[in-house]
Design a protein. Structure first.
Ligand code: GLU
Length: 541
């Protein structure tokens, strides 16, 4: 009989000792995409055995982040399958049973060495030539009836794996690293169950993977050194050793392990900074895997069709935020305006809240440095300072009530948008009403510049915008301004930049007349008047 290929079953097994890190998210994506590409099952298992560091809150955060990423699991918390439970803390009975099997088959033995004895042996071995090579196997020699008597007498003990004395090197296949071989003598008899009855990580993982029928273990290469020990446990249990794929680490731009130092590292921070989950999934998929070495935009469907282990790279990958931003922008531009409004809603609401907070009249504000500008753009979804939940709810409802308006805003900013959190800084001016927050440098360079004739330019534009005989239409108004400017020998730049600064507060803004017609005429005129007064004195126009 030929070996029937087993249906693919993979798992993502986070420990809820923290939030979902970018590296963990990539591991989850690879498992998910591999399962989908092979018509297999993607299982989510929560490895919550560390009682000090695991929290229910972290578990919920991880589940939420995976859902936001769109990585649906076929079995796991909330999706019961035949191999549950899916929390390690609820699987103790299966570990007990596995250990009983190993005791029965002679693959496990009790060890009564005390901590003090072990420490002394270690210190002596470290001082001697050759160094410490792990537990020396003292208790292997204890006869089984003596061991049973000592256990019955209540003597504290652990249970260790009894690696056969004649065992050759441990070998396994890794889809990324190829054929792996570890000499047996570097592997001592690992502990399976501790004195307090708890089970060790390497034992639990194998019991679970074997019990859940996992065919491929795809995980970070920080687990590579655990693998030979785990392979021995598979052998001991008589279970089939899965295929492994160990993923190289994600590094920051400085070549060091990606960490807080490099900025955001957990998935929900990316969500809150306005990245689209489709873009983040695409970007992370390419950190260590490629479709063909060149394609950069790969949809979820494509990923789920073509993901394969043989295109995973051994090389470390570098997290490049600029590339992620670029990719996010590309995904944003693909969205239909209505979908964009739906996804951007919190930031559109934020723009309205920020805009409404503009002080009365004209406020001249110092020009932001590039870094300050970046920081100002990084508005999270969190409740803005000083706003009440009611205001926030009202702002969200206002977006829903004006989807037509926001769909008209969409083409004005979509070309240069990289992340949704850039929206408030770019759009707040639409919500200033009659008030203006005037950037100092823009005022000095555009309005107050010697010989720029900014006052004349504003007067011309104001007259056009005030003309109620003209339709409130961007093209018509622009043409009319241009014609009148030409007649006054004012080139378009000299004509429109002062208007831009007066209405938008800055010499950089979305398309000007297209923005203006989204505002109230009286507000626009009021802005021009008060900026002219601030810059040129009363009655300047
Ligand atoms: N729980 C382990 C971790 O979060 C993963 C174990 C595994 O994938 O085998 O690092």
């Amino acid at each position: 009989m030929t070996d029937q290929p087993q249906p693919v079953r993979v798992r993502f097994a986070p420990s809820p000792t923290g939030k979902l890190h970018i590296g963990g998210a990539r591991t989850a994506i690879y498992n998910w995409a591999f399962a989908r590409a092979h018509g297999g099952a993607f299982i989510l298992r929560i490895e919550d055995t560390d009682p000090e560091r695991s929290t229910e809150e972290n578990t919920q955060i991880i589940l939420r982040a995976l859902r936001w990423l769109g990585l649906d699991w076929d079995e796991g918390p909330g999706v019961e399958g035949t191999c549950g439970p899916y929390f390690q803390t609820q699987r103790t009975a299966t570990y007990e049973a596995a250990l009983a099997q190993l005791k029965e088959s002679g693959w496990a033995y009790p060890c009564f060495c005390t901590k003090e004895e072990l420490d002394a042996k270690r210190a002596a071995a470290e001082a001697a030539e050759g160094g410490y090579a792990g537990y020396d196997g003292t208790c292997r020699a204890i006869a089984s009836d003596e061991a049973a008597a000592r256990i019955a007498a209540g003597e504290p003990h652990v249970w260790r794996l009894k690696v056969p004395a004649d065992h050759g090197p441990v070998t396994f296949h890794d889809a990324v690293y190829g054929a792996m071989e570890f000499p047996i003598d570097v592997m001592d008899d690992m502990i399976l169950q501790r004195t307090d009855g708890t089970f060790t990580y390497n034992f639990c993982v194998v019991c679970d993977d074997a019990g859940m029928g996992i065919t491929h273990v795809i995980r970070g290469d920080d687990h590579l050194s655990n693998t030979p020990r785990q392979v021995l446990v598979y052998e001991a249990l008589g279970a089939k050793v899965p295929e492994f794929a160990h993923l190289s680490m994600i590094l920051g731009p400085d070549g060091k392990k990606l960490s807080k130092r490099h900025g955001a590292t957990n998935v929900e921070e990316y969500r809150d900074r306005g990245y689209l989950s489709d873009a983040l999934v695409n970007y992370l998929a390419l950190l260590g895997w490629s479709l063909d070495g060149e394609t950069t935009i790969i949809s979820r469907d494509e990923l789920c069709r073509s993901f394969s282990l043989d295109r995973i790279s051994k090389k470390h990958s570098i997290f490049d935020e600029a590339k992620l931003n670029w990719m996010d922008g590309a995904y944003l531009r693909e969205l239909a305006p209505a979908d964009w409004v739906a996804l951007a809603k919190p930031w559109l609401a934020q723009a309205a809240i920020d805009g409404a907070q503009a002080p009365a009249g004209v406020t001249v504000v110092p020009t932001l440095t590039k870094d300050e500008q970046k920081a100002a753009e990084a508005v999270t979804r969190a409740l803005p300072d000083g706003d009440t939940p009611e205001q926030w709810e009202a702002a969200l409802a206002a977006v829903d009530a004006r989807t037509g308006f926001y769909e008209a805003v969409h083409p004005l900013i979509i070309e240069r948008l990289e992340r949704l959190d850039q929206i408030p800084a770019k759009l707040a001016f639409l919500f200033w009403g009659p008030n203006v927050v005037l950037d100092e440098k823009s005022r000095d360079k555009v309005l107050l510049k010697e010989g720029a004739r900014a006052d004349e330019a504003l007067a011309i534009c104001r007259a056009v915008l005030a003309d109620e005989a003209l339709p409130w239409d961007a093209e018509v108004l622009q043409e009319e301004c241009r014609a009148r400017g030409e007649a006054a020998e004012l080139k378009p730049k000299l004509l429109f930049q002062p208007l831009r600064v007066a209405v938008c507060g800055n010499m950089v803004s979305p398309p000007l007349l297209e923005s203006i017609v989204l505002m109230d005429r009286a507000d626009v005129l009021a802005r021009i008047d008060s900026v002219a007064t601030e810059s040129f004195g009363a009655g300047a126009l």
